[in-house]
Design a protein. Sequence first.
Lengths: 845, 205
Amino acid sequence: MSQNSQTPRTLQTPKTKIVASTHNVVIVNQPMVRTFSTGGGHGPEDTLVEGDGKIVTKKWQGYPPQNLNIIGKPNPPMPEVAIPRYTGKAEYASRVSYPNMVWIKLLTSPHPRAKIRKLDVSQAEKMPGVAYIMTPQNAPSAYPLPQELFFHGELVAMVAADTEDQAEDAVAAIDVDYDVLPYASSLDQVMAPNAPDLSGAGRGNVRRQLAQFGDVDKGFAEADIIKEFTYRFNAGLPVPIQPGGGVAKWDGDKLTFWGFGQGIYPQRAAMARGLGIPETQIRFINKYNGCTLGGSLSLSRLNPWIAHVAKQAGRPAKLQLTKGQELAFLQVKPQNLQTFKVGATKDGKITACQRTFHVNSGQAETAGGGGGRSELYIHVIPNWREIGFMYRTNTMQTGPSRSNMQQEFKFGWEQMMDEMAEAVGMDPVKFRLLNVQKPGTKISIEQGGPTMSIMPESVGRVLTYDSYASVEVLEEGAKVIGWEKRNPVAGSGTGRFKRGFGVALNQHHAGRVGYHDGEAGFKFVTERRAGQAGQGGGPDVYTGHVDLTSDGHIVLHFAQPDSGTNHATSMSAQVGEILGFTSLKNIRVIWGDSEQSPPAPGWNSGLTTQLQGGALNRAADKLRQDLLARASKLLKVDAVALQIRDGVISSKDNPAVKTTFAALAKANNNGVIRSEGKCCHPGSIGRSMNRGVGACFAEVEVDTWTGDWRFVNAAYCHDSGNIVNPLLAEGDMNGSLVQSMQVATEAIPWDREFPGTTHYSVGFLSYRLPTIMDVPEQTNVFVNSLEPRWFFGCKGFAETAIGAPPGALANAIYNACGVRIREHPITKDKIMAGLEALRAQRGRT
Amino acid sequence: VEYSRRNFLKAAGSSAAALTTVATGAGAVAGAQTPAPLAVPVPMARETATFNINGKPYKATYEARTTLWEVIAVKLLLTGTNRSCNRASCGACSVLLDGTPFYSCHTLATEAVGKKIFTVEGLGDEKNLHPMQQVGYRYMAADCGFCTAGWEVTAKALLDKNNNPTVDEVKAALAGHICRCAAYPAIVRTVIDTGKVLRGEAEIV
């Protein structure tokens, strides 16, 4: 077609079309047939056999990553979940209000360790608007307030009044006196010779861990270069934005509770225990959260008290914590001190590694405290020894908080890798490529380290990685960031502003689920916990319902609250593909309400799409078989000869012979066809082990006059399997990077506010969080490693790279200006001090 | 006594202090030594006023020390505006007063009397979404959504004055808003492209 003067002229340029789209994403596809496949994998000799009523192999669980219509597209999230966020109608617990509701305010301990000597509420009770005051004297007997206050900010009393201000006035009017006890809050204090005895409550002062593999002495003897390093991490916390708390409303002996967290059934069970009532008397609702980030899991310990106050006040009650008080009840990334002795050959092979670590594990440590490190099973270390000390201290609870034991340990480990690479004269990417696990590498649980041996999937004793993109996350990331621009010698750039590049590796959970591997687990777990499914965490059974309604809609019912995770959308995409839809248009979701959602444990570790999604996928798979059977009977066509597309089931040979989902539902007795699916963590029975791996590449710019620095560019790389929705994945990973960047640059301000005593800040004012001015240009690199054990080749990846940014940033700053920050957090003062030291050194030589 | 907004506002009294004074004062107090406990007047003086919110009149009776957020979200139940830090540092609770963004957690209710108050409820609802809400939905400008109501009204204030802002202008306008999900790149894209829609250069499909 030629363009000539005949073409009608228009004064208007065509309008830009605004469609759902990603910002900065690179997807690297691996071939579907790979030679390294093992186990449930997909080898070159394998033939995919797939189809309704035919063979369902473990490869892709019968649903291969081919001919997809929804998965892989940047669909906007489910509108019923996402639109209310833009209109101010998302139902966060903090928005819930009832007529005649009272507001709760807390009296908390101003000391890190104390006993209450005197507590007199007689004046406070007379204050205007006060409805009820809960103290250790009248707290529920099954859920008492602590007798000994073990950390600054521990709960002493709860006051309920008509307004927040009145409740705060009454808190101020409580007459309280404490016997202050000797305390140890920081690592320095607890490791000092005069540290107080803090054993008790089933815990000693220190928990020791010793594990080893091979012969470290032999390994060091084989080394050409031996180096020692020390790193310190000073605790961190990716604080959520929604204020913690909840709303309780009693109708007779029935309780409705609006909560905040990462699961409704575990919280409901804990409340029932605390209140001494049956679980079924509690309707637990938690649909939306303003982030939870793992750290807020520990806030649920306040729930039974909120409900108790509401009961005693005879009115609905609401708690919305202040940020300063909230920090004390969140679980934090613990402070630690790590020392390494590492040996390597001159061509860069690590021969031995000995690590000693001291962890400040707080007043209580949750699952994995000190035990979730994955460094030893990312790498192939032939000889190692790990000596750990986990101290009980007078600080808040420690535990998973935007990953478990990743950033805090990898801040040291990944700098050690960088320093060893330099010591052997190797590029840090090449050094890592030489020492990491790769597809096909076999690793015994003994070699994989103490944390691997506590992972039940290692029962098989030897693990072989197959879908594992360690090489790709490093090589593709290096391409995206422009690794060749890295300074060959640290700090060798010229001028006031110096750029530098750093890399760090990470691996965390993710992808470690094979659906069918978990099938035997359902039986095992349900038999073990008959009648109690959904009450606990960990290995319990996730249940999902997929309903077909008489208007042809598919409705997913599941328990998991949404913290910005948007898992409803990725789970709907998988269910939609299974049921032959080409869009999400006919799919609806109902979630986060114990009266409408079947039981399930909570979500964590980036496994929602796999665990809760596994249950829904299973339900959808069953529904598909069921609908095909019904259609086969109705149309008198063999099920194998039928096809499904957008709610129409037709004969492949004669598409005119057809019926619809809606018609099949209408023909059913009640107009709805419900399908139930279950999934459980394969860890319950000790199977499956595929994991995800991630890398962070950082480019920074250091102002050598002031020590100020900027995070300029990031290539954030994930072994993600087949990406269900790149738009959501990008949003998720932008948060992951920036939350981890914050962990790198801000410690919990142990001593800043009230030196020596307090261990949390006054809130966002002193706990600096990255703003729109602080974040880098971020490219997310997703390596489609095609997980062979999962529907459509997908795997979880929410935390595969999350531990890497702190180490990557420290390494990039070193490369930019030659200053090594071995003590967290990274601050301009430390950079400036390092630059001054370098200048002084140069002055002397 | 822990520093709190309540204590600070008691010190400020119910006089119509400008927001900038309040915000600066909050920062100064937080960094200082423990403030002395303040006498609590019992009972507090009460006021009644009519507020013009999103073009509609709302009558409320409140204690003189009550913040604008408490009147809007607690008394009048326009709960779309989320309060997070309650320390004038995160921006989640932002509303517009006569077209200028204010942190409603650190604005006394009495200061807003006689001004035009604009909240997220005025932007658009699910049946009549504002272009910014439609573009944001397509770009994932809200992950968890808790900060969204705040930056949306601030961005609207920006676009009302300048419907063709640069990236740096958008960032400068939104620097007072913390998004813990770090949807920042998507937020910038959303505001820039909403400008295009408002100028008639782009259409939402």
